[in-house]
Write a new protein. Structure first.
Length: 256
């Protein structure tokens, strides 16, 4: 399994428009954060988590020949507004691409992008998607995907587990029943917005506490704002926990 972090920032990205804070002025490329998204390559299948508003720029930086499915965490703008870029992959692959999410996410996608969902045939010049509402384990071309129920403030969202990898962004609370889905991980990707508390995201201390509870072999934090400096705050992290950064690539063993 090969994981590419396409973007690791929060909704405003880093640097933030018209901000002269230390992180926004930083020369460290690891402090330059597009909006959060990852690509998972496993068993010959490419699974994209979220279509970031920066998707075009991300795919120009890190080209992938195809997208076999999109797994949506939720339907906030920074996680879905790159959806129109999928039309290029429809054209190249000559096929409708499946997208997955919970009921609320799929309802919002069909309202915001009604032109993208078709019952049959490929339509030129627009995304061609087929939506699937998911609650339980499903398979994409033989790859098993486990949805993980999470809360983003008062919004129910999904994380995803594939083999020994789990991705949980934009989360402020993990339901008790979801911890069993996060056991035995080699790699956890977890929301860590900033140092100060936030109503809809884990702050850094909460993320550290949750990471210790889940106890993955490695944890990488994601969805960081300009309040977190990669090097300065990274030095405070315990062994086995790190900040992700745009372009980071990781390898894990493949599992069926």
């Amino acid at each position: 399994m090969h994981i590419t972090f396409l973007g690791t920032g929060t909704s405003g990205g880093v640097p933030v428009i018209n901000c002269d804070c230390e992180v926004c002025r930083s020369d460290n490329p690891k402090n330059k954060r597009l909006r959060s998204s990852v690509m998972i390559e496993t068993q010959g299948v490419n699974l994209l988590i979220d279509t970031s508003v920066d998707m075009r720029q991300q795919f120009l930086r890190h080209p992938f020949p195809r997208i076999d499915a999109v797994l949506y965490t939720h339907a906030h703008a920074d996680h879905i507004f790159g959806l129109d870029e999928i039309r290029r992959f429809n054209y190249l692959q000559k096929e409708i691409i499946p997208v997955y999410g919970n009921v609320q996410t799929m309802e919002r996608l069909k309202i915001i992008f009604p032109h993208a969902f078709h019952e049959q045939g490929l339509h030129a010049g627009v995304p061609n998607l087929k939506g699937y509402e998911v609650e339980k384990t499903f398979r994409v071309k033989g790859v098993t995907v486990e949805p993980i129920p999470l809360w983003h403030g008062d919004l129910p969202i999904l994380g995803y587990r594939i083999g020994s990898f789990a991705y949980c962004t934009d989360v402020s609370r993990i339901p008790e029943e979801s911890y069993v889905l996060l056991k035995g991980l080699d790699l956890l990707v977890l929301d860590a917005l900033r140092e100060k508390p936030h109503p809809t995201h884990f702050n850094l201390q909460q993320a550290l506490s949750e990471a210790r509870k889940i106890n993955a072999q490695r944890t990488y934090f994601i969805h960081m704002s300009h309040n977190l400096d990669h090097e300065k705050h990274g030095r405070l992290l315990p062994q086995g926990m790190e900040f992700s950064y745009d372009g980071l690539q990781l390898e894990l063993r493949d599992e069926s």
